[in-house]
Ligand binder design. Sequence first.
Ligand code: X8Z
Ligand code: ZN
Length: 621
Amino acid sequence: MLAVYLVNSINCTTMRIKIISTAVIAAALFACNSTQPVETNPNEKIIAQADSFLSEYNQKYKELYYQSAEAAWTLNTHIVEGDTITAKLAEQADSMYAAFTGSESNIKASQYFLAEKEALSPLQVKQLETILYNAGSNPAIAGDLVQQRIKAETKQTELLFGFETLLNGKPVSGNEIDGILANSNNLKDRQQAWEASKEVGKTLKDGLNNLQQLRNQTVQALGYEDYFDYQVSAYGMSKQELMDVCKDMVAEMWPLYRELHTWARYTLAEKYKQEVPEMLPAHWLPNRWGQEWSGLIEIEGADLDKTLEPKGAEWIMQQGEEFYKSLGFDALPPSFYEKSSLYPAPKDADYKKNSHASAWHLDLDKDVRSLMSVEPNTRWWGTVLHELGHIYYYMEYSNPEVPMVLREGANRAYHEAMGSLIGLAAMQKPFLVDRGLMSADVETDATQALMAEALDFVVLIPWGAGVMTEFEHDLYAKNLPKDQYNQKWWELKKKYQGIVPPTERGEEYCDAASKTHINNDAAQYYDYSMSNILLFQFHEHIATKILKQDPHATNYYGNKEVGAFLKKLMQPGATVDWRTHLKDNLGEDMSAKAMLNYFSPLMDHLKKVNEGRTHTLPESI
Ligand code: X8Z
Ligand code: ZN
């Protein structure tokens, strides 16, 4: 999930005192006190010792996490050219967080207790394992490397979001670029907008190369093979296991993706009055990375963009919250609206902000915020619901049963799935009619609606589990050389998405780095593909078991039982094992079956539409 942590090299005396104090406490814990009476249950003592270590850790963790998140929040919401103080503060706060989470005493203490794991409670073990995992990216034994990485990450964020994108010599926002790619039929304008959006990559290439080394080196100090290995281990998987899961996801969706690809080539060639291309030119698509193409479908009589436009961005936020409240979730705390940065910076603002949407859990409790640039259109309607899914997940597991260090999703994909699930539900006709966003009289074509959903949820799979995952795998696990970044990127784009650039893209560019996550949410993008698989499992359960409605035409609005089911998934946070949690709540393992079932009517339709057309992607991948 996108939440950015930034840090730097700071020599902090206070921090060192704290570390010593933790070390002293740990030493005291381990010392055998001969004056104490003999314990009847030998486990009681170690359980109590672990509890006291964990409670001190959790308290400090929350404090330092908050400081680091606050400083990172400012860095991402208020980027001013020439301001060095904000970055410095962010680096300092992140350094303190890193020094604590990666301290030798915390590592030693958790290793010591974990050696006795049979004696401890599952909740204690889970916390200790997470503490060790958190230490993995900041180990003190890596010395100066952690400081260098923190500094390099801060710099990369500033370069990415402080970058002035120019179109025809004039500054242009991400929303404006997206607007051109969503609406223009002029290929020249489209190409210029697409090319403008990639310029930032050039300035990020050296930084990415530096981070490639530093991320690998820091995690290697605690025994991880590389940074990709480290991020994947959060799922309890090896690199190979994760790559196999991704391969399976892509393979299972491939026949449908291949039909969508064929359909898109012919449809767009007609739209732009061009020959049908063998591969899709990147600037023909309605998204800068070709990661979702739902804009290619206009459902007759149900133009949501047109309906939302006059209502305004604030209305979208408020309706998003209403939807969650109708399911039985609480109102957002007032501080959410006071402290969030929800709308684009004014045109004449003397600062820039991170243009990518994210949700933040600043104090691991009720200080929840979102960073967005909401405009009243369909794309932002989905994004608002996505981000609110994170926010409500944060609020649900911020309960006394969940220790600070486990205030995370059951896994990262669960976290991504919640809001995207609500986004799916919020696009279905019965919901839209209920909410007055579509007239009940409109005869919508169910197949077209299904197409729009496939162009979003299916199209993301080869992009997320293919291009992004394999690129980052090769970057970190295979040390992809800097002079092969762009070549590798476009090789993968062609293989997995069937997308090619409008013109040759040499190594002076770094098109991968135009994607936020490559810079500040590294080696985790498979989360989104897995979340799509999971969310169709959740949706199928909700539609068939709770609502007793056709999964293609549901209305979640106002149903407290749906809310209760979601809360049950959310409330334990990371205190549970994600696989067991799925089995307990759905009675099944992670599987693409629900997603394939959902889209199966579309396959027949597309086969007919594409009859006689040439498919240029291979039958299997
Ligand atoms: O980054 C996001 C969210 C924030 S966690 C807006 N998403 C991915 C992306 O935009 O690349 C949601 C879908 C995929
Ligand atoms: Zn997200």
